[in-house]
Write a protein that binds this ligand. Structure first.
Ligand code: ATP
Ligand code: MG
Length: 354
């Protein structure tokens, strides 16, 4: 049995899965809040002891003994890691290693420690015959050590450490068929930031961390309505984007609409997406974005997928990682899309042990 553990900034999520003849069977899934329940979430106030407690409580809650897992797969968040596809001259492997280390340092937020890299030669470049494409994943030693220390403190034996954006795309490829042509866009709406992933068959893999998450949705509603964090959160989960304009306490404008002309956090998120997709199109010459799938806890915000669809004019839906998987009927979670990364991490176990 593989244990995918997604240690998010607001929720810890786990998915256990087993390999079957033709895929995977999901055994269990569960989540646990990292901050104390019924207190306003403040990302600044979360430290390692909160995560350790949350992970332990999660196992207890699910009646799960982590020692039973064949391997543990965890992920480094997209904001602390870099995933890049790089085109470079063919060169001997030791030279490639140092070229990739040099490259990595340009893309990760350096913290005074060395870069840790992992790369894979994807093949020769389509345009330039003497060049190769390399998939490069990197983070700093500081980030990796902190992650390992956290696992140790949770009483866990570190296994495979993946990066969340890749886990997300693995979950997607597992659940859906990747189209022959065009690009799939995923947006993992977490608490503090959202991970955008663009990929497709034979297309360049791209990811970027956008600095808006569900926490900002709640905060904006709480400020606008002058209500507490928890009250705003309940209202948001129930009414979604409509809560900003309905039954408002704000001053109606001349045309009777409430604050409708004001730029909301949702407009900002969509603008960040638009900019990123434009950047991707410019870099690669590809702009055939087929569909946007929202994942992460914030994906379930009522009205959000319709809003993204309307603003970007690209089909948009909430992604359910348990859609087709065997064993899904025994899973009871209230917010399926929140488990996309955990599922992607879990099935990674089976890819490695083959
Ligand atoms: N039913 C729901 N409807 C709308 N939003 C929700 C719902 N359930 C959770 N959320 C929001 O989802 C967010 C948490 O999602 P998730 O668990 O994916 O984040 P995380 O992984 O802990 O954070 P991060 O990825 O930033 O580290 C919170 O902002 C929360 O308000
Ligand atoms: Mg997350």
């Amino acid at each position: 049995m593989y244990l995918g553990l997604d240690i998010g900034r607001q929720y810890v999520k786990m998915v256990t899965a087993e390999k079957t003849k033709d895929g995977y069977k999901v055994i269990d899934a569960g989540s646990r809040l990292v901050p104390d329940a019924n207190t306003a979430f403040d990302p600044e106030k979360i430290d390692r002891s909160h995560w350790v407690m949350a992970v332990r409580e999660l196992f207890k809650q699910q009646g799960f003994n982590p020692k039973k897992a064949k391997s543990l797969i965890t992920g480094i968040g997209g904001s602390s890691a870099s995933i890049k596809q790089i085109t470079t001259m063919e060169m001997p492997s030791d030279e490639l290693e140092s070229a990739m280390t040099f490259e990595a340092r340009k893309h990760i937020p350096m913290d005074g420690t060395d870069a840790v890299i992992d790369y894979q030669i994807l093949g020769s470049n389509k345009q330039e015959v003497d060049k190769i494409d390399v998939g490069l994943v990197a983070c700093t030693k500081g980030v990796l050590t902190a992650h390992m220390d956290l696992l140790k403190e949770c009483g866990l034996k570190a296994g495979v450490v993946d990066v969340n954006p890749i886990a997300m795309s693995n979950a997607f490829s597992f659940v859906k068929d990747i189209p022959e042509d065009g690009l799939v866009v995923m947006l993992d709406i977490g608490a503090v930031s959202s991970g955008l992933v663009v990929y497709g068959k034979g297309q360049q893999f791209f990811t970027r961390d956008l600095p808006i998450g569900g926490h900002h949705f709640v905060k904006e509603l709480s400020d606008k309505k002058d209500i507490g964090y928890i009250e705003a959160q309940d209202l948001l989960f129930k009414e979604g984007l409509a809560a900003m304009v309905s039954k408002g306490s704000g001053e109606p404008s001349v045309d009777g609409a409430v604050g409708i002309a004001e730029r909301t956090v949702y407009d900002n998120l969509v603008e960040d997406m638009r900019r990123s997709l434009r950047f991707y199109a410019k870099q690669t010459g590809q702009s055939f974005f087929l569909k946007i799938f929202l994942t992460g806890g914030g994906a379930s915000t009522p009205g959000l997928s319709a809003f993204v669809n309307e603003k970007l004019n690209i089909d948009c839906a909430v992604f359910n990682p348990f859609e087709n998987i065997e064993g899904k009927d025994s899973i009871s979670v209230s917010n399926s899309s929140q488990f996309t990364t955990a599922l992607g991490l879990g099935i990674r176990g089976g890819m490695i042990n083959e």
